[in-house]
Design a protein around this ligand. Structure first.
Ligand SMILES: [Zn+2]
Length: 282
């Protein structure tokens, strides 16, 4: 079963009554995506960290997500607990089966994934310069899912020159399309963040068609903006590192003008549960 990029296009539903349809161009409906990150699934379904059970959390989130209809779903890295073992991915597949059945699911790799095991277990097909990179269309948007895995079970991430060069070329070849980028690692100057974050930001920030970068890794929920480019830090599904942070997922509803992102917190700090953030695209 193709679990990564089902290139199904979600064209606008006609929807309107016949008379209206004759007089007005069909208005594209807003896209609805579910965004998950840092599931940290262990082969052991009872594995716990800081009192959180990643497998139970993922089951809860999958139940919430599959209660609605989505155009697309994304899980932004650290799919596996720590080492990216094949049995972790088998458990991950078992837990995410209802998502896969519901809508296309795009995956990225994090520092707790193993590229060879993940590609073998999950059936990845899109490899750029040895990295697992996906692109797909969500009209009018195009989506780029990068691979920042450097060394499994080490904090830091790296895109590397070949992937950065590919990204530059890809964006320049598709400069007319609004673009969303997904990458696992945080973009600050910490030694455990994306080591080439500066060089990455120098590529995406001046290319105005890139509207937002979504990332995980910190197990924190946070928004930033740089020259109009939105930087969205997705919360973790598996566990938090800090009691102040929620566990959960994001509902992302958007069109060519703006986006609304709603937090669905299932654990940790749930103060912001249900709150919606409005992002205007640059
Ligand atoms: Zn993580």
């Amino acid at each position: 079963m193709p679990i990564l990029i089902d290139r199904r296009k979600f064209l606008c539903a006609a929807g309107a009554a016949g008379l209206l349809a004759k007089t007005l161009p069909a208005k594209p409906e807003r896209l609805r995506w579910s965004l998950l990150s840092d599931t940290h699934v262990s082969q052991d379904p009872e594995f716990a960290n800081r009192g959180f059970f990643p497998a139970r959390n993922l089951k809860t989130v999958v139940g919430q997500v599959t209660a609605s209809r989505w155009n697309q779903q994304v899980i932004n890295g650290d799919l596996a607990l720590r080492l990216g073992q094949t049995a972790d991915y088998q458990r991950f597949m078992e837990l995410t089966r209802p998502l896969i059945a519901a809508a296309p699911l795009a995956l990225s790799l994090g520092n707790h994934d193993d590229r060879i095991n993940a590609i073998a277990a999950l059936g990845a097909k899109n490899v750029v310069a040895g990295k697992w990179v996906s692109t797909f269309e969500a009209p009018p948007f195009q989506i780029v899912v990068l691979d920042s895995l450097y060394l499994t079970n080490q904090g830091a991430g790296l895109l590397g020159k070949a992937q950065r060069d590919w990204l530059t070329k890809f964006l320049d070849q598709h400069a007319d399309k609004p673009t969303l980028v997904f990458v696992h690692h945080t973009l600050d100057d910490s030694d455990s963040s994306l080591l080439d974050a500066d060089r990455f930001l120098k590529i995406v920030t001046p290319r105005r068609q890139v509207k937002a970068v979504f990332y995980g890794h910190s197990h924190a929920y946070h928004y930033g903006v740089e020259d109009g480019l939105h930087l969205v830090n997705q919360p973790a599904v598996g566990y938090n590192f800090d009691d102040d942070q929620p566990i959960g997922w994001l509902e992302f509803e958007f069109d060519a003008a703006d986006a609304r992102i709603t937090l669905h917190a299932i654990g940790g700090n749930q103060d912001l549960n249900g709150q919606t953030k409005l992002l205007k695209w640059r």
